[in-house]
Design a protein around this ligand. Structure first.
Ligand SMILES: Nc1ncnc2c1ncn2[C@@H]1O[C@H](COP(=O)(O)OP(=O)(O)O)[C@@H](O)[C@H]1O
Ligand SMILES: [Mg+2]
Length: 373
């Protein structure tokens, strides 16, 4: 929830800043916008956002604002988190200083660093954990940052935490888009992102009732409408994700396995290995699904098994299906009346592959169906 504990006249500026942060979904972009918005809001000449490494002890990333590229090059190495920056890491509470240079913890500046005196730093938390810190220096219009700046920056940091969280989720969505468990992503979007947007919308609505002048209330209401539209967009994305998750080999095979449960009396284990979804064409996926169905139906009808395992493994070169049961095994004497096994072998051959059947009486059966990709 965004903490909006600031003077009423500051709301419009804060709102602008929050909206500008949230308009980007790329994490790097979000971080840049946060620093720029923070500098604008507190009238700082320089600003930086230090991102803590996963261990939470040093700064893994340092995004700056106000320095030219040439200045950055001259300064060279980025701070790792010594001095005052480190103080904020070990004790994540706002720090406001008139002169950075005389502070006891100050580590000094590297060569070519522009002079910096006034300082304001606040932590940014994402889901309760310190993600990093916002550092402002050199207030332009006054010798020091004020208490008001500190409150504004803290409010901005709260909104920044939500924006960072969303951007991370979005990045993860991109990474997973190829294989992913879309169902779970859809749930995540619904349970976290939408809930958070709702929370922000509610707090803004509360704000709209108490602000002065009316123009500010109008703008806040416009922002709430925008949030509602965003929520609607995400809803349709979730819908599309769920639709897509119903096709594709993973989904098809998972469904075949789930459907075999009643006939078997137990739910087989299922395991996917490698880039199953992206390396198998739809036609091949259909055949593979039919093989799994037939193998499970054989287990249900002939094996008297208590468990079955289905493994679907794709490497760059081949697709392998393994269906194992712990049943009575295929008896050599049993007439191979049916055509199930013959069909499986035939389909493998058509695709340049083989079916291998291993079975000892009393020791279960393992089918290995493999084809080159
Ligand atoms: N998992 C299994 N466990 C035990 N016996 C099996 C298994 N799979 C197949 N069999 C035996 O092999 C025979 C041939 O199977 P299949 O070709 O699928 O024909 P159908 O299922 O129509 O009998 C079956 O009749 C059965 O005796
Ligand atoms: Mg059969």
């Amino acid at each position: 929830m965004v903490d909006v504990d600031v003077g009423l006249s500051d709301d419009a500026g804060l709102l602008d800043a929050i909206l500008s942060i949230a308009s980007d979904l790329d994490l790097e972009g979000v971080l840049r916008r946060i620093v720029a918005a923070a500098c604008g809001l507190t009238d700082a000449q320089y600003g930086a956002l230090g991102v803590l490494d996963p261990g939470g002890r040093v700064l893994a990333q340092f995004v700056t604002h106000g320095l030219t590229d040439a200045q950055e090059d001259l300064i060279g190495s980025r701070p790792g988190g010594q001095g005052v920056l480190g103080l904020l890491i070990t004790d994540p509470r706002p720090i406001r200083l008139a002169d950075l240079g005389v502070h006891a913890k100050s580590f000094g500046f590297p060569d070519h660093h522009p002079p910096m005196h006034s300082f304001l730093g606040v932590p940014i938390r994402v889901r309760g954990l310190v993600f990093g810190n916002l550092y402002m220096t050199e207030k332009r219009s006054a010798p020091e940052f004020t208490e008001r700046d500190e409150r504004l920056l803290s409010s901005l940091a709260a909104a920044a935490g939500v924006a960072i969280d969303n951007a991370r989720l979005h990045e993860r969505l991109g990474e997973l888009a190829l294989f992913a468990d879309r169902e779970r992503i859809a749930r995540d979007l619904h349970d976290t992102v939408i809930q958070r947007l709702f929370a922000v919308g509610l707090s803004l609505q509360g704000l709209a009732r108490i602000v002065d002048p009316p123009t500010a209330a109008e703008r806040i209401e416009a922002a709430v409408d925008e949030l509602d539209l965003t929520i609607a967009d995400i809803r349709s994305t979730i819908f599309a994700l769920q639709l897509r998750s119903e096709t594709g080999m993973r989904a098809e095979i998972t469904r075949a396995v789930t459907e075999a449960r009643d006939a078997l009396g137990f739910l087989p284990r299922i395991q996917f290995e490698g880039p199953v979804e992206s390396s198998v064409e739809p036609g091949v996926a259909e055949v593979a699904t039919a093989v799994v169905r037939e193998a499970l139906s054989n287990i249900a009808r002939h094996a008297r098994a208590t468990r079955a395992d289905v493994v679907i493994a794709a490497s760059g070169a081949e697709l392998r299906l393994n269906i194992t049961d712990d049943g009575i095994g295929i008896r050599r004497s049993s007439p191979t009346g049916g055509s199930g096994l013959r069909n499986m072998a035939g389909r493998a051959e058509q695709l340049g592959g083989v079916l291998d059947v291993r079975s000892e009486p009393g020791e279960g059966t393992t089918l290995t169906w493999r084809i080159p990709l």
